[in-house]
Design a protein. Structure first.
Length: 130
């Protein structure tokens, strides 16, 4: 199972891209819109109680969401930077520059499809080892 978490409903066009790929591959997923800044406790509760194998986190601007999720869980986190100010470069750098011990896989700006494809590969590796 994959949890898709977006920081804002304005990111729904990217959420839709992720969901489309996951649906096409018959992967169970859940979608949530939770701000790492405005709803921190809700986010912590969601991540700690999630049954997900992987989190795909979609965020723009400061893009703290993927890093916060990675700090809460040991499960894989894939960050999708969203274009906005600075054409998404601010979000990309925020996601890719995680400190040691808090890894976040990062795909291209607005590239929800690649996030879904990467999640599928991670699940494939997991399922191949069973």
């Amino acid at each position: 199972m994959i949890d898709i978490i977006a920081g804002s409903k304005s990111d729904s066009h990217i959420v839709d891209e992720v969901a489309k790929v996951l649906k096409e591959n018959n992967v169970i997923f859940e979608i949530n819109y939770i701000s790492a800044h405005r709803e921190h406790e809700k986010l912590v509760d969601k991540v700690k109680n999630s049954k997900a194998d992987i989190f795909i986190c979609i965020a723009g601007l400061a893009a703290a969401l993927p890093g916060v999720v990675a700090a809460i869980t040991e499960r894989p986190v894939i960050g999708v930077p969203v274009s906005g100010t600075l054409n998404g470069l601010d979000a990309l750098l925020s996601i890719v520059q995680m400190p040691k011990g808090v890894p976040v896989a990062t795909v291209g700006i607005d590239n929800g499809q690649n996030a879904a494809y990467l999640a599928l590969r991670i699940l494939g590796v997991k399922n191949a080892r069973k």
